[in-house]
Each structure stands twice: as structure tokens, then as C-alpha cells.
Design a protein. Structure first.
Length: 63
């Protein structure tokens, strides 16, 4: 159900910046839902320039 709010919007009347904001909000909500459900989520460490998986127990594994 990623992007439920994204799918309800008429994208043809939004600017590129508005579409980006709607998409970012949808992704943020999906990540939060997965965290609450106890599922691991992916992220990106911009300092180390590596992706990682963050587990519910707080463990972080770099890919």
C-alpha cells in the first residue's frame, strides 16, 4: 500500500516539486508503517556512502 496518498492525487495538476513532496511523504509513511510492524527497513548513510538495513532491535547491517 505504498503511496496511498500519492495515488489519490491528480498528478497532472501538480508541479514537479509538489509531486516530489507527495512521493517523499508516501515513502516516509511506508517506512514508518514497516517500523511499527517490526519489519526491517533500508536506509542510506550519506557519510559512509553505503546502504544499510535497520532491524527492529536497532542493529544496522551495511550492504
Amino acid at each position: 500500500m505504498i503511496g496511498v496518498s500519492f495515488m489519490k492525487k491528480n498528478l497532472s495538476v501538480l508541479t514537479d516539486d509538489e509531486v516530489t513532496m507527495v512521493f517523499q511523504e508516501s515513502v516516509r509513511k511506508a517506512i514508518e508503517r514497516n517500523r511499527k510492524a517490526g519489519r526491517p527497513v533500508c536506509g542510506y548513510d550519506s557519510v559512509l556512502k553505503k546502504s544499510y538495513i535497520l532491524y527492529p532491535d536497532g542493529r544496522k547491517e551495511y550492504a
